[in-house]
Design a protein. Structure first.
Length: 364
């Protein structure tokens, strides 16, 4: 079938084109995209900070309606509303253990642009086009594996607000609820108050943390952090963030989440912890490195440094929980959103990079 998509053929560039989309194979579904989030990971791939095979169709926070199901698909039917999320093979040890976020072929499925069988679904003039994260959701229709389509009970209008539950919100909230699992009364610090960081702040409030600190350098983001759950905010341009956090917490935080993607802030996220604290790195790009003094920062303080893709989520379980939190008013992701027409995709990326919009969402 013919579909309209934003195709990246050269580094950093995209153009809206008409391309062909093959029908779903066994275990796959065809989804009409209602909306798709714009994420910094898309930008990283477009600019080859992540080595994605070009040409490619980016977009990995799609939501939509199932239009066709392939052979062997269970639990999904035509008309179901779905949130699309990250792909996983379903057969490796982590997947079998309920840890698809650690799938052994994760990088292939995320970045090679191929499906589990090694083939692609989009093409034009005999040339096949990569699907980012097994989605390629900057298109009005996509074919995805049924494993990364989560059925949700919500109307189509509200569905558009929930794009980032498939990646960004899942990552931030999961870092708190699935990895840190803070006890009520705990202290937690979030570095970087973008979409991932805001979700972590919301989740910390859900978990009952009594001290929730947002760290950023953009005043408007710090203000919004307070609105969605932070008890304190720290502007890293105006003070020594680590010292300020120690003052607020009386010596150090129980948990810290690094959501900015800036490698150097991992050191601050470690340094602000109390003894036996835990730091989760939820966002990083490419081959970023940071020197860590192991004895004073890790061993001496008995702290834990953990990397965690996709919030340690089993999406078929966790995303419906997030939808329920949204319905209950505990996960106000609508406060982060600004909608753009699909034709204005370049403006959406510009506003995201400029910090004007925390979560741009493209409507189709």
């Amino acid at each position: 079938m013919k579909v309209t998509a934003a195709v990246t053929r050269e580094k950093g560039k995209l153009a809206i084109e008409t391309v062909e989309l093959d029908p779903p194979k066994a275990s796959e579904v065809l989804v009409r995209i209602v909306a798709s989030g714009v994420c910094h990971t898309d930008s990283a791939g477009m600019n080859q900070l992540i080595p994605v095979a070009l040409p490619a169709i980016f977009g990995h926070e799609g939501v939509g309606v199932v239009e066709e199901v392939g052979i062997g698909v269970e639990g999904l039917k035509k008309g179901d509303r779905v949130i699309l999320t990250f792909p996983s093979c379903g057969t490796c040890r982590p997947c079998i253990e309920g840890k698809p976020y650690a799938c052994e072929i994760m990088n292939n499925l995320f970045f090679d642009g191929t499906y589990k069988d090694g083939t692609k679904r989009f093409h034009k003039d005999g040339e096949y086009i990569s699907s980012f994260f097994g989605q390629g959701a900057f298109a009005d229709h996509v074919v995805v594996d049924a494993r990364n389509a989560v059925k949700v009970d919500i109307d189509e209008e509200q569905l558009a607000y929930l794009c980032s539950l498939g990646c960004g919100v899942q990552t931030g909230a999961g870092s708190v609820l699935n990895r840190c699992k803070p006890e009520p009364g705990s202290s937690l610090v979030v570095f970087g108050c973008g979409g991932v960081g805001m979700a972590a702040i919301m989740a910390a409030k859900i978990a009952g943390c009594s001290t929730i600190i947002g760290v950023d350098v953009v005043p408007s983001r710090l203000q919004l952090a307070m609105e969605v759950g932070a008890t304190h905010v720290v502007n890293g341009k105006e003070c020594d963030a680590v010292e300020e956090i120690r003052k607020i917490t009386g010596g150090g935080a129980d948990f810290s989440i690094e959501c900015s993607g800036i490698p150097a802030l991992t050191l601050q996220a470690l340094s602000c912890l109390r003894r036996c604290g835990t730091c989760v790195v939820a966002s990083v790009t490419g081959d970023a490195e940071v020197p860590i003094a192991l004895e004073p920062l890790l061993m001496n303080k008995s702290v834990t440094l953990a990397g965690l893709p996709e919030g340690g989520s089993n999406p078929q379980v966790f995303i419906p929980q997030l939808v329920q939190f949204y319905k209950e008013g505990k996960l106000p992701v609508d406060k982060l959103v600004k909608f753009y027409d699909f034709k204005d995709i370049e403006q959406a990326f510009h506003d995201s990079h400029a910090g004007v919009t925390i979560k741009p969402i493209l409507r189709f």
